[in-house]
Ligand binder design. Structure first.
Ligand code: SF4
Length: 269
């Protein structure tokens, strides 16, 4: 039984995605937010995404983990990190409700704490929960291959160049598409999410969409949510409309969608 660092665990509804295979948009989930993000730690030469909405999870060893007291209360109690995988399973059981669809492994980057996330995924599956992985990066593809068959749903965050998540942006996209291929091959229902901004370029989105098309990976174009500490602006409708039509060159219409962060729009967790 391994130990690791968790930022928070709570019950809410999945606010990202669209009507494409792999998306759990609008469904009840328990969210396990893992600590640590390799992109923020400089895995690709930058300090993570400039629009990151969870910079607290960049800390690799936070002293405290925040846990919703009961599903739907939106109030939290705190416990001391590290937690064991058994602790996490017990918290998930406590927060479980009859309408629960799946357990979201999010972050930070859930694949960053390898043994810990593996033990949690295994215990969730052994207990009968559906698993949903939100990931952007791992440098260990064999580890991903090792756990992929236990992932029921996955959202792979394929970074637009404007996220500033990598110095060699195309290499990062290639890695994220390869991660998607591995998950698909193992039987996971997978989609790509690309967050776009007002300065996103159509030639960059074309590069992403073409790569997705090669493995028939559904893509969701997501409006960035501006944060208070960045000057990032939302894309225009013309951009989103144009990008969706670009995706249509490479993917069938049922594999293309648009998204906002619904949970932020209606101010839930
Ligand atoms: S990969 Fe995710 S957690 Fe890491 S900086 Fe980007 S948005 Fe934030």
């Amino acid at each position: 039984m391994s130990q690791g660092y968790i930022q928070e665990i709570f019950s809410s509804f999945q606010g990202e995605g669209a009507a494409v295979e792999g998306s759990c948009y609008g469904l009840r989930q328990i969210f396990i937010r893992f600590s640590g993000c390799p992109l923020a730690l400089g895995a690709h030469g930058t300090k993570g995404c400039i629009w990151c909405d969870s910079p607290k999870s960049w800390s690799t060893t936070p002293a405290k983990c925040f846990i919703e007291t009961k599903a739907g209360t939106q109030s939290f109690t705190e416990t001391t990190n590290p937690l064991t995988s058994e602790d996490v399973l017990n918290i998930v059981k406590e927060l479980s409700t009859k309408d629960l669809h799946s357990v979201s492994l999010t972050g930070g980057e859930p694949l960053y704490q390898e043994m810990f996330v593996k033990d949690i995924i295994t215990s969730l599956k052994d207990t009968g929960f559906n698993t949903y992985l939100e990931t952007a990066y791992t440098d260990n593809l064999s580890f991903l291959e090792n756990i992929a068959e236990k992932i029921d749903y996955a959202c792979v965050d394929i970074k637009d160049r404007t996220a500033n998540a990598a110095l060699e942006w195309k290499k990062l996209v290639d890695r994220e598409v390869e991660m998607s291929r591995i998950l698909k091959k193992a039987g996971s229902k997978v989609f790509a999410k690309t967050v776009i901004t007002k300065t996103s370029k159509k030639e960059d989105f074309d590069f992403i969409a073409k790569k997705c098309g090669l493995i028939e990976l559904p893509i969701v174009i997501q409006f960035v949510t501006p944060t208070s500490n960045s000057k990032i602006e939302q894309p225009t409708w013309d951009q989103v409309d144009n990008f969706s039509q670009i995706a249509g060159k490479y993917l069938s219409p049922d594999k293309i969608g648009i998204s906002i962060q619904m949970h932020k729009a209606i101010e839930i967790l």
